[in-house]
Ligand binder design. Structure first.
Ligand code: FPP
Length: 239
């Protein structure tokens, strides 16, 4: 959800005003995902590296999360949204951890949309914590065991990875899980990411061919040879 700060700067507003507008945009995005039948939405709300921002921005962001959850958790529950908070909770305040735990419990019976909020999250943190957990239980580290120990093990890998704000990098988000995700970079700042932008991202995704290391012909159904021309040979890959 990149671009909140720039959105505010363009309007001569404090950065926190950009984050507040970003929260509005996120609320719309959840509704738009529900309308489109998206099953899992994962957002990067605060990275392991965001602690190095000015202290008033960090505390403002934490307050925004707490207030948003106190205001919106009941409505999310009614909409069938199940919330998960992904990240290292050790550094979060008691107020934040208790509000996020409450939101998880409150929405635990829902299934319509899984909404993962990454808070004090980093892809490198996730890989490290998964490997340490396996090592401390004397379990072999394999792609499968690591996958199961990751903080995102409750959902499949993301199909579509969207970054707003014009930057073209992953910035330590879902490093393990995005191995085969389709990447989409939007020039819109996050507060401007609306239904039309979401649809543009989904349309771009729909046009991609996902080969997962295979070749095109292994993915597409092979067309039967035409019966109207006796000269036409079956393609070599048809069997
Ligand atoms: C990145 O933009 C955005 C963030 C670090 C914060 C995003 C958080 C929210 C939208 C609120 C989330 C709230 C809940 C309840 C999930 P930036 O500040 O890096 O933008 P810039 O690159 O333009 O400076």
């Amino acid at each position: 959800m990149d671009g909140n700060g720039r959105w505010a700067k363009q309007r001569y507003l404090p950065r926190l005003a950009g984050h507040r507008q970003g929260l509005e945009s996120l609320s719309e995005c959840v509704k738009n995902c529900l309308l489109r039948g998206v099953r899992v939405l994962t957002v990067f709300a605060f990275s392991s590296e965001n602690w190095s921002r000015p202290p008033e921005e960090v505390s403002g962001l934490m307050d925004l999360v707490v207030n948003a959850l106190m205001r919106e958790a009941a409505a999310l529950k009614e909409q069938g949204v199940r919330m998960f908070f992904i990240g290292d909770r050790a550094a979060l305040s008691h107020q934040v951890t208790s509000v996020i735990a409450q939101a998880e419990v409150m929405t635990a019976a829902n299934q319509r949309l899984i909404f993962n909020v990454c808070l004090n999250y980093g892809g490198r943190w996730d890989i490290t914590q998964a490997a340490s957990r396996l090592a401390s239980s004397n379990m072999a580290i394999t792609p499968e065991s690591l996958d199961g120990a990751m903080a995102m093990a409750h959902v499949p890998d993301p199909d579509l990875f969207i970054r707003t704000g014009g930057e073209q990098r992953l910035s330590n988000f879902l490093l393990w899980q995005a191995a085969y995700s389709e990447l989409y970079f939007s020039n819109k700042l996050w507060p401007e990411f609306d239904a039309a932008e979401l649809d543009a991202a989904i349309a771009a995704y729909s046009g991609r061919e996902r080969r997962f290391g295979k070749i095109s012909e292994q993915i597409k159904p092979v067309q039967p040879p035409s019966t109207s021309s006796t000269l036409q040979k079956a393609p070599p890959y048809a069997s």
